[in-house]
Design a protein around this ligand. Sequence first.
Ligand SMILES: [Zn+2]
Length: 472
Amino acid sequence: MSRSAPVVPAALLAFALTLSACTGGGDDGAKGTPGSPGLRDPYFPKMGNGGYDVTHYGLTLDYHPDGNHLRATAVITARAKQDLSAFDLDLKGLDVKGVTVEGEEARWNRAGQELTVRPKEDLDKGETFRTTVRYSGTPETITDPDGSEEGWLRTGDGALALGEPTGSMAWFPGNHHPSDKASYDVTVTVPEGVQAVSNGELTKESTKKGRTTTTWHTAEPMASYLATVAIGRYDIRRSTTPDGLPVYVAVDPSQAKASRKVLARIPEIMTWSEDIFGPYPFSSTGAIVDRPDDAAYALETQNRPFFPGAPDTELLVHELAHQWYGDSVTPRTWRDMWLNEGFATYAEWLWQEEHGGRTAQQVFDALYDGDYYQDRTDDEAIWAFPPAKPSSAAHISDSPVYERGAMVLHKIRQKTGDNTFRTLLRGWATAHRHGNADTAEFTAYVERQVPDEDFSGIWKEWLYGDGKPGRP
Ligand SMILES: [Zn+2]
């Protein structure tokens, strides 16, 4: 946190001053350079920003559902990864009212989704610094390359924030790339009688002058695309799993009856999941069910996944499995999305297999033989591109990433047998718990754990290969 100048030998200082004079740097001997405006993600190159690493977001949101108006302050604690003269945050829409860095007014400007901040003094590499952004307005709904809606979504009685892959920049400034995870405190003020639900645990609640304020604390690292806030009227149920893990479920009243039975199975599904995937990585669980006007997909928002209506059991299993695969072990870039979706889809297959449904082998065979879906074109679509190389940003949520990703895991299981496969599933979740991982790390991990088997054919044909692999 210290901003005091480092002790520099006089000779070096003279050199630095000469250098800054030569390069036309600031007259205070500035040596920093601007952080890059993106992280060159293969699918979303402008998402995220270079030069710093966020450790904590403190978001204070004041929301009026009637006018869909947000007034907010984001306090972003970060560590500089280089000497910085300026850095970017991702923010789409909204009006910025002011920016400070370490309490001092900073210069800033905006271009597209980039909010560029120039602190009064350069930041030193390794320094922890705090940036405060005050902003307000009506947050935007963002249309993804695949045509689905995310960001800030209206519901009948409030709003909902969904962030995969880019929607979080619609409601708070940040380093919006899965590779930069942080802890969060989200404080939301809404009219009395309206509720606000977010990730983590509810730590504070108070009502003053007709406005209710709740604070949610997320201690474990979270990628910003998994952050959510749901505002409206909810039927709220709290319970605990047999292990004592808090369960917090918030359901739109119109969906309460249809959801009750399936959501009551969360403790049972958590116990089953822990048995297979290993210790649960977070400090609470649950679900949010709401009815956004423009989105009809579920999302594995951290701690409590979101559903656009009462889920069925398999979908609930899928989104809870993501807490291990996606939320705890997070893709390093959006190219590694199959590490989320292949695993969560395979979790559904395992659940069915162990609960009187089809075996994973039967599901695999149906997919391979092209009689899994009602529609033949859906069966064909699985072979459109390999799981580890989606053809473009518009296709990162297509069936090759989901079903064919799960088929990769099944091919591994066929080779290793059930016991070793289970050890691999658990071990992978443990090895990268609360971190990031990519496809190359996964294949290296499998090869390291099972050195006697040759997986190269699976990688070549099933993971990276174009078209439908030949029958073994
Ligand atoms: Zn999923």
